[in-house]
Ligand binder design. Structure first.
Ligand code: AMP
Ligand code: MG
Length: 350
């Protein structure tokens, strides 16, 4: 397959979006930017088209896709009803990085393959202009998981995406580096309570402005066994993980965290091992290893950089990667959720 590309970085032209929208209508795959990460999309209502996404990514069949819409009318066609809390969430956070799981209308409207046989469907209205226009021009809801081979970090940069998907999709719209860098917050409302199934840019603290009760699913930070039934099936898969062994190290005391990282580095360097440290910019000069990468200082910067850095880890040929933890406040919860998976649950709180 020959993949077509939009020409101008970050300034995709209307006719390029229109060509990509045609590909969606014809049942083909299009990679497009959203404000969170890049998506690999197909017509959510076309079973054959959606199957192509699973094939291209090597995604497990029981991992449902998020359906992207450009209007509330589109949502109404997909779900049984929009509840009061859901309505408030849409008003407050849409368009934006919040996916809402709702009861789907009928199997005839949204095919089983899109929802992985669940009777619910996850829906989101992206704020990215290219994504919005693509959905509008196609006139169809677009099912789109993150643009990465399953198990790899989500695609946030076009070069990484081309490496994995050139020749596997019909069109790639290049929107530059994605703004947020982490996938959307995924929630489900039950009895007026909001359950966070996957943390993201929209934080628990923000959701508490809409509902009195907001709970974090136990699988967000806990380990999951393969045969366990989880509210958000995607959470049980190996994700974001480099092949090199990684350990996340966190302490509420910055000095303790730095000391622990240096202590481990020192021990292993004596054995001739090479250590890579991923740390906050303000700490980077404190690390004794010669191989250290700056993750940024604010949580927003860390979120934006983390997948790009994790993707580069295996090329560095080190024995171990030590990654600074960032805590669980605000956007920290989403970063921590991705980091402990990248580290295959190897982490230390000191
Ligand atoms: P991705 O688009 O690759 O970031 O993955 C989508 C995430 O949303 C996965 O973790 C899915 O398990 C979750 N998801 C999508 N639809 C549903 C649904 N109907 N119920 C529960 N989780 C969902
Ligand atoms: Mg993904």
């Amino acid at each position: 397959m020959i993949t077509k590309y939009s020409n101008q970085k970050e300034q995709v032209k209307e006719d390029e979006i229109a060509q990509a929208a045609k590909e969606i209508q014809n049942g083909n795959l299009v990679i497009f930017p959203t404000e969170t990460v890049y998506g690999i999309g197909a017509n959510a209502l076309d079973e054959v088209a959606v199957k192509k996404i699973f094939e291209a990514k090597g995604r497990a069949q029981d991992n449902p896709l998020i359906v992207h819409v450009a209007s509330i009318e589109m949502v109404e066609k997909l779900v049984e009803k929009i509840g009061t809390v859901e309505q408030k969430l849409m008003e407050k956070f849409w368009p934006g990085p919040l996916t809402i799981i709702m009861k789907r209308k009928s199997k005839k409207v949204v095919p089983n393959v899109t929802t992985a046989n669940l009777d619910t469907v996850g829906i989101r209205m992206p704020s990215n202009q290219i994504a919005q226009k693509l959905i509008e021009k196609a006139g169809l809801p677009i099912a789109a998981p993150s643009a990465n081979i399953s198990g790899k970090p989500s695609g946030t940069k076009i070069e990484d995406i081309i490496e994995e998907f050139n020749g596997k999709v019909s069109y790639i719209l290049d929107g530059g580096i994605t703004d947020i860098g982490l996938e959307s917050t995924v929630i489900k409302v039950e009895d007026d309570k909001i359950n966070i199934l996957r943390p993201g840019k929209i934080t628990k603290e923000q959701l508490e402005e809409v509902a009195k009760q907001v709970e974090i699913d136990k699988h967000v930070l806990g380990q999951i066994s393969q045969d366990e039934i989880v509210a958000s099936p995607g959470m049980k898969y190996r994700h974001y993980a480099p092949n090199t062994k990684c350990i996340m190290i966190y302490s509420q005391s910055e000095q303790k965290m730095i000391d622990k990282i240096n202590e481990i580095t020192n021990e292993l360097q004596k054995e001739g091992k090479k250590i890579l440290v991923l740390g906050r910019k303000k700490h980077i000069n404190s690390y004794i290893t010669p191989t250290k990468w700056n993750m940024g200082d604010t949580l927003e910067e860390v979120a934006k950089n983390i997948f790009t850095l994790l993707r580069k880890v295996d090329k560095e040929n080190v024995d171990l990667v030590l990654i600074e933890g960032v805590g669980e406040q605000g956007l920290g919860l989403a970063i921590t959720n991705r980091l402990i998976r990248a580290c295959a649950y190897h982490y230390m709180i000191v």
